[in-house]
Design a protein around this ligand. Structure first.
Ligand SMILES: Cc1cc2nc3c(=O)[nH]c(=O)nc-3n(C[C@H](O)[C@H](O)[C@H](O)COP(=O)(O)OP(=O)(O)OC[C@H]3O[C@@H](n4cnc5c(N)ncnc54)[C@H](O)[C@@H]3O)c2cc1C
Length: 447
């Protein structure tokens, strides 16, 4: 029990060092790492865990943050399917050789996992609690409190409707696509190139490879090259199969999500043959999947991480890595700031320029794929760069060592082909006004 700001008793510590909004991978990471340094951290999550979330395929560079979080023993003991590689199937149905992460980096970090997010996120949140984080579920942050330009805390609403003000030295926005502070300060730039949508469902008894290929993510280009399918093997004999395509192509004038999904499967023999005879294990999920980023990561007393800072198209499964990595960088900046008594925007957001460069590298690889880049063709032409391409695929993004792939990539451009537009070129206001990342759940999961 704690004394609340009005002197009454409350089960919420209303004067922690740091308050975190959201208990997804970003929130769990930042809070655990700050608590490890002995600071008081209170985290608020509006949902009751376990709850559904998309984002099921991890990439190897998550290893290093999971290690700091002391999550590795839990991951190793879990039922999650082990992932050793990623494989690409082109529009003609031709399958590339797997990009085995271990061939590139012979270290245990090269094996990662396909997770069921409800289970993974709950493990991460429990782990945060074990490290001393005071985490409250079914507690919504209504707003961030400010004194002038400086964030001073949050106003929350508990499950029973009680409202409380919680004051802290720093506020971390890890609210995912709700992006509380990005919306409040209108900091969002919608990506000018990546305007996609996704529809997916789950299959039991669909095709699974064997041995070290069993857990591979397979990225299958659709025959008309409008989009691609993810094929992600999970435990419980389940495979997650989703189609990603341009928003207008998937969602305008084509009927229900089920209808569009089935039409896309029918057009794609590489998917059809894999799910033949399998039983659908869920309804149809869909999301408008526009990529975006904020123009700044922090202000005085506040910082944004994970999807609350930016979202990148899911082609290479980078979302959880970016959530973990930004959580780690922000945690270090906050702990250093507390020690120096400096919780300014400059201190809390000092990590963001280098982090943005890393996202830019992954984004460039995403845009190149949508503009016709073929992994198979590239490594055939430049076999000495196979390892560097694999570095990008594992999420080793925060180094200029990998930039040696761009020039050879450009040398394969057909005549007149343009570089991808920079993310901050933005989107015309009238188009931006109609954008919103919405998640459509199947009936069985709607509250
Ligand atoms: C179609 C699709 C496929 C994807 N596939 C992959 C993949 O294969 N691999 C991968 O790594 N990533 C993938 N991603 C991305 C991944 O889902 C996200 O990047 C990741 O979940 C971000 O984590 P986060 O902690 O920032 O946000 P979230 O996981 O969304 O967590 C935010 C939390 O904040 C809570 N919250 C929101 N508002 C409030 C409030 N006001 N008060 C309290 N709590 C609040 C929410 O309930 C939520 O639990 C995919 C995304 C999409 C859309």
């Amino acid at each position: 029990m704690f004394l609340d700001s009005t002197g009454g008793q409350s089960s919420v510590n209303t004067n922690p060092d740091v308050v975190v909004i959201g208990g997804g991978p970003a929130g769990a990471t930042v809070s655990t790492l700050i608590a490890q340094k002995g600071h008081n951290v209170v985290l608020f999550e509006r949902d009751k865990f376990p709850r559904f979330h998309i984002g099921e395929s991890l990439i190897p560079e998550t290893y290093w943050v999971l290690e700091r979080l002391n999550m590795l023993p839990k991951m190793k003991a879990s039922c999650f399917v082990k992932k050793f590689s990623v494989q690409f199937v082109n529009a003609a149905g031709k399958q590339s050789a797997p990009f085995y992460f271990h061939d590139n980096k012979p270290h245990e970090c090269s094996q990662t996992w396909q997770v069921i997010r409800s289970e993974f996120d709950q493990m991460m949140l429990e782990n945060a609690r074990e490290h001393g984080v005071e985490a409250h579920e079914e507690t919504r942050v209504l707003e961030v409190l400010f004194n002038g330009d400086r964030a001073t805390g949050v106003r929350i609403q508990t499950k029973d409707g009680q409202q409380l003000d919680v004051h802290a030295k720093a506020v971390v926005d890890a609210s995912g696509q709700s992006a509380m502070l990005m919306n409040r300060f209108k900091l969002r730039i919608w990506d000018p190139e990546l305007n996609k949508g996704a529809i997916w469902t789950y299959w039991k008894g669909a095709y699974r490879d064997t041995g070290r290929d069993e857990g591979a993510t397979i990225v299958i280009q659709t025959p008309d090259k409008q989009g691609w399918f993810w094929y992600i093997p999970q435990h419980d004999n389940t495979i997650s199969v989703g189609v990603v395509g341009p928003f207008d192509y998937l969602f305008k004038g084509r009927g229900s999500h089920e209808q569009v999904y089935n039409e896309e499967v029918e057009k794609c023999p590489a998917v059809q043959k894999r799910i033949e005879g399998a039983e659908r294990a869920a309804g149809y999920f869909a999301t408008k999947d526009y990529s975006y980023r904020a123009t700044q990561a922090a202000g005085d007393g506040w910082v944004m991480i994970g999807d609350a800072f930016g979202f990148l198209d899911p082609l290479y499964s980078s979302g959880v890595l970016l959530a973990l990595k930004s959580g780690e960088l922000a945690a270090d900046a906050i702990c250093e700031g507390i020690a120096k008594n400096d919780l300014s925007a400059a201190q809390l957001g000092a990590w963001a320029p280098a982090f943005n460069q890393g996202i830019d590298r992954m984004r460039r690889l995403v845009c190149e794929y949508y503009n016709g880049f073929s992994f198979g063709h590239f490594v055939k032409k430049f076999p000495h760069l196979r390892n560097t391409i694999t570095d990008l695929l594992i999420g080793d993004l925060f180094t200029d060592r990998v930039d040696c792939v761009w020039e050879p990539m450009e040398s394969l451009y057909p005549q007149g082909h343009q570089h991808p537009t920079q993310w901050d070129a933005g989107t015309p206001a009238e188009i931006a006004a109609n954008k919103e990342n919405e998640l459509y759940l199947p009936e069985e999961l709607r509250a």
